[in-house]
Ligand binder design. Structure first.
Ligand code: CS2
Length: 526
């Protein structure tokens, strides 16, 4: 049973913890197997022998989301099967880009704290399922050796949509992507796709049964996309391997959900206060967590005992989550930034913006979902409650990162479908327009905010050339085929609506623009 601890501070600093380790690490004793037993009783500890845990999963991308989601589900699943001695399903987690997590977790024997923050308080749980962290760039050979260990039955990924190195127009591997090119010329790979295919190649060479490979990223049909990207990568040098991956490796799709903001200095302080020892890698998350996984064959943790659902097809869950949660997140990130706000909660506390978010979800995303018995109205209202959670300071700057790579699945697909069906898409057009204003720097009466995006240089140049001419800005941005494709910019209703929305945002600012939009006739919003 978890116990609620009222942690010293629920006020969140906007400062991200520098490199995950603070100077306080030197002064206090550290969270580790040695200090685990002495933790206060208010802290929930792993209900199994952490030191005896045997690895069964290799994970690529040891970020905050993985540690707040899959590692927690796995801990609960192991706890639900006390008979398995010594317990299996420890996770070997690979950091692909930075050594930060390896450096933070290694001295802690892989242990870290999840600070679960709800509206009425927080509780601290120490998670013990990460058996080892490997930094791929420093030690690709070690990572490959772990991959080919026959005990590894599952390979999972959280590398964000950018980590798949996809061509947005085709959703196939972008062969000329610098990370892919670098890997193709290196003796050992370090990109997610490179590591995955090199690992599978070794397993194939050894004539062994391949592990099940599961994407846990927010992409539509994430398993199918990953499977195709792995086949494309392998086909660059070995057709036979590509064929074996296509015929023998399972890539189930999955829908993952838990709001997990970046760890802040305040979180480090709260974790230390709850534990009485220093933890360099705490992660904070909302109480809600969901995982819907496409059925697959083969051994796995009893994740269903931890609340995961196994279903024949995750498409509906995926579509609702991407459209309603992740799509609205983008609208919130850019409109909220233009309004000078910092967090998702701040945005949905404003009644005008909250009404906009609801209309966006119910009138524009709902009609594009596959037919089902799911209560999408209830889902949308639950999302509003989750976003309002005062314990979670989800930074708009973080939610709005890499928008150019996320627009297609989260906003553009539904705009196109709605406009082609003759339905309204004005809320979604406004969200796309807000991204254009933020990324180009042409914010008019809105607040300027730093936007992180791989295309930021191109967007800023287009903004500088267009000045305050909304028509010119929109036309030049729509010519970016790698973001908008060819078909959508040809739709007159899209071009005209988007130009109007960019102009309105620049002249009236986000709040007055949203108010005016809400005054226009409603469609299907309950
Ligand atoms: C967010 C997601 O940053 C983003 O793109 O929309 O990280 C979101 O918080 C998670 O998918 C919630 O499960």
């Amino acid at each position: 049973m978890s116990q609620v601890v009222h942690l010293s501070s629920l006020k969140i600093s906007s400062l991200e913890a520098p490199a995950g380790i603070s100077s306080r690490a030197d002064a206090s004793p550290r969270l580790s197997l040695a200090t685990l037993r002495g933790l206060p009783r208010t802290v929930r500890r792993p209900g199994f022998d952490v030191a005896a845990l045997r690895p069964g999963i290799l994970h690529l991308g040891c970020g905050a989301f993985h540690r707040a989601h899959q590692a927690v589900f796995t801990q609960r699943a192991i706890e639900a099967k006390p008979g398995a001695i010594p317990p299996a399903w420890g996770i070997i987690s690979a950091s692909l880009q930075r050594p930060t997590m390896r450096d933070a977790l290694q001295p802690q024997d892989g242990l870290y704290t999840v600070l679960e923050r709800g509206p009425h308080g927080a509780c601290a749980t120490v998670v013990g399922t990460i058996s080892e962290v490997v930094f791929a760039q420093e030690n690709p050979a070690a990572l490959l050796a772990r991959f080919t260990d026959p005990a590894i039955r599952l390979v999972t990924l959280t590398v964000t949509s950018s980590g798949y190195c996809l061509d947005p127009a085709t959703e196939r591997l972008a062969v000329h992507h610098p990370d892919i090119q670098k890997d193709l010329h290196a003796s050992l790979p370090s990109s997610a796709l490179g590591v995955l295919v090199a690992g599978l190649a070794e397993v194939h060479k050894a004539g062994r049964r391949p592990p099940v490979v599961m994407s846990c990223d927010n992409l539509p049909g994430n398993g199918r996309i990953l499977r195709q990207a792995a086949i494309d990568y392998a086909a660059l040098f070995d057709d036979e391997l590509a064929g074996w991956i296509a015929s023998s490796v399972q890539f189930p799709c999955s829908m993952v959900d838990r709001i997990t903001p970046a760890t802040t200095e305040a979180d480090l302080g709260d974790a230390a206060a709850a534990l009485g020892v220093f933890d360099a890698a705490p992660v904070c998350a909302e109480p809600f967590r969901q995982w819907v996984i496409e059925d697959f064959a083969g051994p796995r943790p009893a994740w269903e005992a931890a609340g995961a659902e196994f279903v024949p097809d995750v498409a509906l869950w995926e579509a609702s989550k991407l459209g309603l949660l992740n799509g609205t997140h983008m609208a919130i990130a850019y409109l909220g930034s233009l309004a000078g706000m910092q967090t998702v909660a701040e945005f949905v506390e404003d009644p005008v913006f909250a009404a906009y978010a609801l209309r966006f979800m119910l009138a524009e995303q709902r009609p594009t979902l596959p037919p089902s018995r799911h209560d999408i109205g209830a889902y949308a209202h639950q999302l509003l409650r989750r976003w309002r959670n005062p314990g979670i300071a989800h930074q708009l700057s973080r939610v709005g990162r890499n928008g150019s790579e996320k627009l297609q699945a989260r906003l553009l697909a539904s705009v196109q479908e709605n406009l082609e069906a003759g339905r309204s898409a004005s809320c979604t057009l406004l969200a796309v327009a807000a991204w254009i204003c933020c990324a180009s720097g042409c914010v008019g009466h809105g607040h300027a905010a730093e936007t992180q995006d791989p295309l930021i240089g191109r967007m800023q140049a287009l903004g500088a050339a267009a000045g305050d001419d909304a028509g010119r800005l929109t036309a030049s941005v729509l010519a970016m085929e790698d973001v908008f494709g060819r078909d959508l910019p040809r739709l007159e209703a899209f071009r005209v609506g988007l130009t109007q929305a960019v102009g309105d945002l620049q002249h009236m600012g986000p709040h007055a623009t949203v108010k005016a939009l809400l005054a226009s006739p409603k469609q299907g919003c309950r």
